[in-house]
Design a protein around this ligand. Structure first.
Ligand code: ADP
Ligand code: MG
Length: 456
């Protein structure tokens, strides 16, 4: 393998292991400028990139490089501004997407009129015990638009199929009614942006008519409306207009309406007035079925036995996106390394994939995730402020650092702006005790854990 081939292979593997933005930012203009018997020199385009890559990715790089060439013991880094275009790994790798979000399956397309993605259909949606209720509610909505279950409120953790289900409803309706009904899908983030820009540019009329003149409005991840008062106001009026005209509203959320804590009460009671259905974790059989559907979708030419699929299904019980992502990565790695899908190979690769995740959970990530979950600034959480709303989230951070990362109490105390370690102990005990009797807290912490886990 010459230097160039080696670097292409390393980048290919790296691309599978880190997020797309990180890959683009740090490795776009990188190069392997030299290869000795037991070392390589990687050149990066700026001092900043060099320092960053050296401190964040050294271990990973070494591991990947050694996979291809076990003789390599050392990586040296240098700065060499590049004038060449970005390395064209993406071209070689079109069939190996990094994240399932950016999947490149053939029928991937977003209809500008409805904003629906055509890849989410009922044909490739597996109905299992985890989503039965949500699925039949969705079917009832399709049959009895705007009347039976309005709004339809679907909730469940990350990667469990909310977006897929609500978009499938939209696509199914478009198919049944052709262009006769107006369907509009929007993520809450996008809706928030539109409202903010509408207000800023005095174009609220446009936003209003866009969302109030549809027959079916699908709004995804409504939890992001928390704390955005102007958007809540606008959404409330949109909701009422549609509702009064018997137009269908479909909402998804990562938590039940009861846990949407910073939501205006009037909105919450609207949500509870319709049909609320949850999606939970898929059981083993459902995961197997999903793997089969996905294999068919992504790599119909490859055959994986039930035994092999079972190994994969076993490993990822809590998140279908992750299950799907693992399958795609496995297929990619098998291809790159020219391996057969034997039990032994698959077990090894699965360990590789899962170990990396645990290793990469940083305390900062826990603090950040808790902050986002409760819509509180990180710096307030680690400050010594005694504001009431900070107390519980802060205790949850302490609990998670202990429970999740197994940090000692004094270490946690230091990480969190120098507190007394007895404070941490107290918080840990308090949350542990409370978890035994408080069902809502358990749900909250599970959601937070899921979010942390899913970011890495
Ligand atoms: P969420 O919106 O709940 O975070 P998504 O709807 O984005 O999750 O689902 C994540 C991935 O898992 C998507 O690629 C989706 O197609 C797939 N998925 C989830 N549930 C199912 C299912 N029941 N059948 C087939 N694929 C599913
Ligand atoms: Mg989603």
């Amino acid at each position: 393998m010459d230097t160039k081939e080696l670097w292409q292979s390393v980048l290919g593997e790296l691309e599978l292991q880190i997020t797309k933005p990180n890959f683009q930012t740090w490795f776009k203009n990188s190069n392997l400028s030299e290869k000795g018997d037991d070392y390589v020199v990687i050149s990066l385009e700026s001092i900043f990139a060099k320092e960053w890559v050296e401190s964040k990715y050294h271990k990973l790089l070494l591991k990947i490089i050694r996979n291809f060439d076990p003789e390599i013991k050392e990586i040296k880094y240098e700065v060499r501004p590049s004038t060449k275009p970005a390395v064209l790994v993406t071209k070689k790798k079109v069939e190996l997407p990094i994240e399932t979000e950016s999947l490149n399956i053939n029928d991937y397309s977003i209809d500008p009129k409805t904003n629906l993605n055509s890849k989410y259909t009922f044909q490739n949606f597996v109905v299992g015990s985890n989503n039965e209720l949500a699925y039949s509610a969705a079917m009832a909505v399709i049959k009895d638009l705007g009347k039976k279950y309005n709004p339809l409120f679907i909730y469940g953790g990350v990667g469990l199929g909310k977006t897929h289900l609500v978009q499938a409803v939209g696509n199914e309706l478009r198919k049944n009614y052709k262009n006769k009904i107006g369907v509009r899908y929007v993520s809450t983030e996008m809706f928030v942006n539109e409202v903010i820009n509408g207000i800023k540019n005095k174009r609220m009329d446009g936003v209003k008519s866009k969302y109030r003149n549809v027959d079916v409005l699908i709004i995804d991840d409504i939890q992001f409306i928390a704390g955005k008062e102007k958007t809540q106001e606008e959404f409330f009026h949109t909701f009422n207009t549609l509702y009064e005209n018997n137009k269908q509203i479909i909402i998804s959320s990562d938590r039940s309406p009861y846990l949407l804590s910073t939501l205006e009460e009037r909105l919450r009671s609207r949500f509870e007035g319709g049909m609320v259905a949850d999606i939970s974790y898929p059981d083993f059989e459902t995961r197997m079925a999903i793997l089969k559907v996905k294999l068919q979708l992504h790599n119909p030419e490859i055959f994986l036995s039930d035994e092999i699929l079972g190994l994969i299904a076993e490993k990822f019980p809590y998140n279908i996106r992750e299950l799907e992502g693992a399958l795609i990565r496995l297929l990619g790695i098998l291809k790159i390394r020219k391996l057969n899908p034997t039990r032994e190979n698959i077990e090894g690769l699965l360990n590789e994939i899962t170990n990396q995740r645990v290793m990469m959970i940083a305390p900062e990530l826990i603090i950040k995730t808790v902050g986002e979950f409760y819509n509180l600034p990180e710096k307030d959480l680690i400050s010594h402020s005694r504001k009431k709303e900070l107390v519980k989230p802060r205790q949850i951070i302490m609990y998670l650092l202990r429970e999740y990362l197994k940090y000692s109490f004094p270490t946690i105390a230091r990480k969190l702006g120098g507190r007394d370690h007895t404070t941490i102990m107290h918080a840990y005990n308090k949350i542990s005790r409370e978890l035994l009797k408080n069902h809502l807290l358990t749900q909250e912490i599970n959601l937070i854990k899921e979010k942390i886990y899913n970011r890495h």
